[in-house]
Design a protein around this ligand. Structure first.
Ligand code: GAP
Length: 479
């Protein structure tokens, strides 16, 4: 059984063993901080995506979705501030040549202090770090690392370079000529695709403020310390929504979206005490208020989503750099203005890891007669990769034919899985391990009275229900 300390490792192993996540290009020894989603991982990821998309677009009449390109005109990133500001303070260890993000190095040290019973010292360290980061005080950050005698995990020495800022954007060339003018970036956030399309959507959709534009898509960051499985990746997906509002109403809408997003998180079936808000001390270059929703991952409380009051920074900058007006005429107050924006931005992969961490359970089922245990993924049924497994008790006596009919009846409505190999208990356990909430078993009684045994993943309880009630029962549970 996994202890608290190795729970994270157990989840990573389970993801690989059961087809959720594989290291990218594993046969070539993998690519650091890049991952592939397997057969069940891609289903789970898609279900999370669809659930977010529906909650944003279908359930909000004033939010529409777009799908912008990953490549954008390079001036986009000048205007957004990413060329000049999208960097993190880094420090290199001269002996191991390893590069670290300064905040990660200090946070890891604060964690160690807490584990050693010096919680207050750790908190004081983080408070000092926040102040130095807010003041962009690179020399002060280096001093803090030295004062705390922080060592490199690889070389074991404190032989550090100065702290410097490193840009996190990946660049590449457009076309065949390699010159500075053809250099473009892989987008580090999806948000800019929304900003540059603001007027296209507003005009063609006849949208009235307040309204939102949502988008799901890949983003790329050259993360330096990327050793936490899919928590911090170099290629990842974001689900972002920019909500355009009247200037002056940003506080009210910021609070609205904080509450709305927290409710969404809890609707995933994750208990409220597994979340907390973290207000930013050091605000990003575009924000006048910002917070994170943090989830209690097996590696501690960490950011899963950011909510940012981005003012009119982005639209104003695009107006300035493109020389195209980004104004909106508000008929209610008869005024032109550049809208303010509240952004909600959640990492899809991080959300996946959150759902997986919350679902993963190892259960001891031993009785005095027999040692037994199971690993079960307690996904909310609406997110589970497979909703129903259809299992004929034996491969003969007409049972597979009945099971196939049930498959045909249900697979139009939700993802089903058919299996006839191995003892029924073994098949149940395999479905538990991939989080299938319902299994139905077709047995000899089915031939007599048209009923099957339905087995519930979480309680392991079983009951008989008529075949013609299966689809309805499951549809109710996965809404
Ligand atoms: N448009 C605003 C923005 O991108 P962010 O806080 O940098 O804000 C938003 O990122 C979310 O994207 C984060 O809360 C996190 O869930 C996810 N994210 C950011 N960097 C990531 C990475 N390297 N790997 C996985 N997810 C990441």
């Amino acid at each position: 059984m996994a202890t608290d300390n190795n729970r994270f490792q157990a989840i990573i192993s389970h993801c690989k063993e059961y087809g959720f996540i594989f290291q990218s290009s594993e046969i070539y020894d993998g690519l650091s901080a890049v991952y592939d989603y397997g057969q069940w991982g891609s289903e789970l990821k898609k279900n999370i995506k669809d659930y977010w998309w529906k909650s944003m677009t279908q359930l909000h009449e004033n939010i529409v979705g777009i799908d912008a390109a990953i490549f954008m005109h390079p001036t986009t990133w000048k205007a957004s501030g990413h060329v000049d500001n999208f960097s993190d303070p880094m420090i290199d260890n001269k002996d191991s040549k390893k590069r670290y993000r300064v905040d990660h190095l200090l946070e890891a040290h604060a964690d160690e202090l807490e584990k050693a019973g010096k919680k207050e010292e750790g908190e004081a360290l983080l408070a000092t770090m926040d102040k130095l980061l807010a003041a962009d005080d690179m020399a002060g950050l280096k001093q803090l690392i030295e004062d705390n005698k922080i060592k490199c995990g690889v070389s074991g020495t404190s032989n550090w370079t100065d702290v410097r800022q490193f840009n996190l954007m990946f660049s590449t060339q457009l076309g065949s000529v390699t010159d500075e003018a053809s250099e473009i970036y892989l987008r580090p956030e999806t948000a800019q695709g929304i900003f540059v399309n603001f007027l296209n959507v507003q005009k063609t959709g006849r949208m009235k403020i307040p309204f939102g534009i949502a988008q799901i898509g890949k983003a790329f960051r050259n993360e330096i310390v990327a050793r936490q499985f899919i928590f911090r990746m170099r290629e990842f997906e974001q689900m972002e929504m920019q909500f355009f509002i009247r200037p002056g109403s940003q506080k009210e809408w910021y609070e609205y979206w904080k509450e709305a997003r927290m409710k969404w998180h809890q609707s995933l079936g994750i208990p409220a005490d597994q979340y907390r808000f973290h207000d930013h001390v050091k605000l990003a270059h575009y924000a006048d208020a910002a917070c994170d929703i943090e989830f209690n991952f097996p590696i501690g409380f960490k950011e899963v989503e950011g909510i940012h009051s981005r003012t009119d920074f982005d639209l104003s900058r695009h107006q300035e750099f493109s020389k195209k007006k980004m104004q909106y005429f508000d008929p209610e107050i008869n005024q032109n203005y550049i809208p303010y924006v509240i952004e909600t931005s959640i990492g899809l992969d991080r959300c996946f890891l959150m759902v997986m961490s919350n679902a993963y359970a190892e259960e001891d089922l031993s009785t005095p007669e027999k040692q037994d245990s199971r690993v079960v993924l307690r996904f909310a049924p609406k997110l589970a990769p497979i909703k129903l497994a259809v299992l004929p008790l034996t491969k003969k006596d007409g049972l597979p034919e009945i099971a196939r009919e049930i498959m045909d009846e249900c697979k139009q409505s939700f993802r089903c899985f058919y299996e006839e190999k191995d003892a029924i208990g073994k098949r149940y356990r395999r479905q538990d391990a991939i989080g299938t909430p319902f299994c139905v078993t077709v047995d000899h009684q089915t031939k007599e009275d048209q009923t099957v045994t339905i087995r519930y993943r979480d309680t392991m309880q079983q009951e008989r229900i008529p075949i013609n009630k299966i689809r309805e029962l499951i549809e109710k549970q996965i809404l």
